[in-house]
Write a protein of this length. Structure first.
Length: 498
């Protein structure tokens, strides 16, 4: 019998609407249904928001020392349960266990950032701005805030959001992906074990009903989102229409430029790692390699010779490097893009459509696929495939490669591989993309910086986590103070002249 996954509201499992509507959670390596997840109705969202609102009345007044102690304890619990969470994610998502461990580790960095929240909530003060008058600024929490997160990072992306939001004094409602929901509930349990008061973090599962319940709710002050561009645009437009602060991170088509002077073995290793890691289901995956000039043939040769050695299989089996895709429907969609690439004239160097994993024939498999001679009008170039499909585009010059990136509607991440410091510096200055790697294929910033793209990869004006995350989850207040004295000056109807 499949297990069950239900909501986490007010510090405990909440199954008030259990069974009314459910979704299947699959093991993508086997195709089996392993759990049923409850889908929230509007009433469930309302209960979660009400719990968060009630908790905010107390939590906002908690000391920074109290919040910090809880997050230090949570950090230790999260670290101690990394293997458990990794196994859980591998089972529901399909990524390898080592990859899932890495995901938890990157999330831990944000928790550690939250442990130092007092440093990031400092205001400013100016004494005697006028005679006997002082001015100072504060950062204060918004209230109830929410996060809507994707299937590809069921632990890391929620950890990008709620630690900073809660440490800053907000309360939180999380709507994780219904495809792999268990990690979020387990993390909520660990945070409760660390001492977080009931109602400060709530988790509701489901589909558009749950999403719209959050976006329309008058007591939700802000929404963070990571997902596809069409949904990000919908989240942003709907949320802002309802008076909310919104940061909505959308899709990507990340380009990696390889100049002729690059270390081509390093570049090939990077392209394979960043293109096929997690079966390409990463918003920071490299999906386009732009080979400049003479780099093309040698780079294709090096990439293609590495592919037969990749071990594809269940993510929880030692030694496997790439797992399945998340659902059968998504696998079929990815294979459809490969079909289209062939029909549109790209050169298919490696074909993953026929991959069969012995003993797991019902899994959602697609092997590493490599195209050469891809052109900008082909669908494998224009669309975010979100699968193990790497496209190589040829460019005659650096300028042509740069223009290709800057014309693309997506601008999440990019990279350049070169041994020329001048070329790298020129690229980082001229490329119009939010995150840039120099001989680094997946330039995901560390916690003290912020994650986010430009153009259709971001809707809103703030990036995620880091200093921008603190600003997103707080609002500024300026206080002008004067204490009574005998020479206060009496009545004066004029505008203050200091």
């Amino acid at each position: 019998m499949p297990g069950s996954v239900t909501h986490w509201i007010n510090g405990k499992p909440d199954s008030a609407s259990a069974g009314a509507r459910t979704g299947e959670v699959h093991n993508p390596a086997t195709g089996e249904v392993i759990a049923l997840v409850d889908y929230a109705e509007t009433a469930d969202v309302d209960r979660a928001v009400a719990a968060a609102k009630a908790a905010f009345a107390t939590w906002r007044h908690s000391s920074l020392a109290q919040r910090t102690r809880i997050f230090f304890a949570f950090r230790e619990l999260l670290d101690r349960h990394t293997d458990e969470l990794a196994e859980l994610m591998s089972t529901e998502h399909g990524k390898t266990v080592p990859d899932a461990r890495g995901e938890v580790t990157r999330g831990l960095e944000i928790v550690e950032f939250a442990c130092g929240i007092s440093q990031h909530l400092k205001g400013d003060m100016s004494e005697n701005v006028s005679t006997g008058v002082d001015s100072y600024s504060l950062r204060q929490p918004l209230g109830v805030v929410a996060g809507i997160t994707p299937f590809n990072f069921p632990a890391m992306v929620p950890l990008w959001m709620f630690p900073i939001a809660i440490a800053a004094g907000n309360t939180f409602v999380l709507k994780p992906s219904e495809k792999d929901p268990s990690a979020s509930v387990r993390i909520a349990e660990l945070l409760a074990e660390a001492g977080l008061p009931d109602g400060v973090l709530n988790v509701v599962h489901g589909d558009k009903v749950a999403v719209d319940g959050i976006l329309h709710h008058p007591d939700v002050a802000a929404v963070s989102f990571v997902g596809s561009t069409p949904i990000a645009r919908y989240i942003y437009e709907t949320g802002t229409t309802h008076g909310k602060r919104v940061q909505a991170l959308g899709g990507a088509k990340n380009h990696m430029v390889v100049l002729p002077d690059a270390d081509l073995d390093l570049a090939a290793d990077a392209a394979v790692s960043a293109g096929y890691g997690a079966a390409g289901e990463r918003c920071m995956a490299i999906s386009v390699v732009v080979a400049v000039g003479s780099a093309g043939d040698a780079l294709i040769s090096r990439i293609s010779e590495r592919l037969p050695g990749l071990k594809v299989g269940p993510g929880n089996q030692a030694g496997n490097e790439m797992g399945p895709l998340i659902t059968a429907a998504h696998r079929d969609k990815v294979k459809g893009y490969i079909d289209a690439g062939v029909e549109q004239g790209a050169t298919l160097v490696a074909d993953g459509r026929s991959l069969v994993v012995e003993g797991h024939e019902n899994g959602y498999w697609c092997g590493p696929t490599l195209f050469d001679n891809v052109t900008p009008e082909m669908s494998i170039y224009t669309d975010e495939i979100f699968g193990p499909v790497l496209s190589v585009v040829r460019a005659d010059s650096y300028d042509e490669a740069l223009q290709l990136i800057n014309r693309n509607p997506y601008a999440n991440g990019t990279a350049i591989f070169t041994c020329d410091g001048g070329a790298a510096r020129k690229f980082q200055h001229e490329v119009e993309v939010g995150m840039v790697g120099i001989n680094v294929p997946i330039p995901v910033p560390v916690s003290s910086y912020s994650f986010g793209g430009w153009r259709n990869s971001l809707f809103g004006d703030t990036h995620m986590y880091g200093a921008e995350g603190v600003r997103f989850y707080t609002r500024g207040k300026v206080v002008t103070s004067r204490w009574p004295s005998p020479d206060h000056g009496g009545i004066n109807l004029g505008f203050p002249q200091n």
